[in-house]
Design a protein around this ligand. Structure first.
Ligand SMILES: Cc1cc2nc3c(=O)[nH]c(=O)nc-3n(C[C@H](O)[C@H](O)[C@H](O)COP(=O)(O)OP(=O)(O)OC[C@H]3O[C@@H](n4cnc5c(N)ncnc54)[C@H](O)[C@@H]3O)c2cc1C
Length: 337
């Protein structure tokens, strides 16, 4: 364990914000993690790939970066495998590994940035699949009593871009290892979301494999989302708001062309990107920041933006959407500091 001081966090967050950590350490296992807690002053910030955080200020305490590695098959039946993954593994590398083994379940989640340890925090999801669909359990170190706790699917309380780790356990536990159950045969394919079927049809693929679906997802994502290595961003900045039937009826009467998804008898989801675009923000640049020209939901750092600048833009967008539609959009990104 090597404790460093005054470390730039710019390479460690996909917004590319030039904030600093007073203390910084990378941990390779639970024992080093526990040791690091005593090595420097709080407050503590847990860091994965920095792809879902907006760092508003320098961090005055200790930043602990998850570098716990390892992918292993721990159980196998004719139909499924259970794999155990170190929380510091890169998510997309895990997806590629699973496809090489022909293990199914992660293909729709291809190319999502970040670490495996952070994936349960907002129950990552894309193209009709969420982490919870393959999740078995995880281990986490409790920062207060320093015990190692196990959470199964139920105790994680997964929801839409949500879990107990984004609510009452936020910042209180460090997810060190994750177990996922994947299929070995008769993979269940999810192709009804986004343009997956169109891409497969264009490539004349009639009986797609999980590898074909991953390639289609990668193609769609690469054409739609800005690459953080080229243009700082954190993916979707806001969650899609969910509203009651009564609120939906008022909304749709005023905006009959609005897209929506019926999530339940009394629950309707409205794409936040549509609301932001209709409110006039798409492609708008303010100083060094703005809403992306192709994806209104993605806020970007054109270079040299501060976290505070991006946050002020987010608040202005939130405010104008609220005024125009009477709907509150809330950040998906973790706003830090
Ligand atoms: C271009 C782009 C596209 C994206 N697309 C998607 C998408 O399709 N679907 C989706 O769901 N998300 C998407 N995201 C968001 C992001 O990739 C995920 O939320 C990812 O899981 C974040 O992982 P991370 O390791 O980078 O987390 P970080 O940003 O490092 O951390 C996120 C939060 O979790 C905490 N944290 C990190 N690691 C741990 C740990 N081990 N234990 C406890 N707390 C921890 C941090 O303190 C912080 O609050 C996208 C982001 C980008 C930049």
């Amino acid at each position: 364990m090597q404790l460093q001081e005054n470390v730039s966090l710019q390479p460690f967050n996909t917004f590319g914000l030039a904030t600093k950590a007073r203390f910084f350490v990378e941990v390779e296992d639970e024992v080093t993690f526990l040791k690091s807690l005593d090595a420097a002053k709080p407050p503590i910030l847990l860091l994965g790939g920095g792809s879902n955080m907006l760092l508003k200020n320098d961090w005055p305490g200790l930043v602990i970066k998850n570098a716990i590695r390892g992918i292993e098959v721990v159980e196998e039946t004719d139909d499924t495998v259970l794999i155990k993954i170190g929380g510091g593994e890169n998510w997309h590398q895990l997806v590629l590994w699973s496809l090489e083994q022909n293990f199914g379940g992660l293909e729709n989640l291809s190319l999502i940035p970040g670490t495996v340890g952070a994936a349960p925090i907002q129950n990552i999801g894309a193209y009709g699949v969420e982490l919870k669909d393959v999740f078995e359990k995880l281990e986490a170190v409790n920062l207060e009593d320093r015990s190692i706790q196990t959470f199964d699917k139920e105790t994680c309380r997964f929801g839409y871009r949500d879990s107990i780790f984004k609510q009452e356990l936020k910042g209180k536990v460090f997810i060190s290892r994750v177990w996922l159950r994947l299929s070995k045969q008769n993979h269940s394919l999810h192709m009804d979301y986004g343009a997956i079927r169109d891409v497969l049809a264009a490539d004349q693929i009639e009986n797609p494999t999980i590898q074909d679906i991953s390639r289609a997802v990668i193609q769609i994502r690469s054409s739609k989302l800005p690459d953080p290595a080229k243009l700082g961003n954190s993916g979707s900045f806001f969650k899609n708001p969910e509203i009651s039937k009564a609120a939906f009826e008022v909304f749709i009467e005023s905006f009959p062309d609005a897209p929506f998804y019926k999530m339940g008898e009394d629950l309707f989801k409205i794409p936040a990107g549509w609301l932001i675009e209709k409110a006039g923000w798409k492609g708008k640049k303010i100083g060094n920041t703005g809403s992306h020209k192709d994806q209104a939901l993605v806020l970007v750092n054109y270079g040299g933006a501060t976290g505070e600048e991006i946050w002020q833009l987010a608040l202005a967008i939130q405010d104008s959407v609220e005024k125009q539609f009477g709907i509150t959009i809330s950040p998906e990104v973790n706003v830090i500091g």
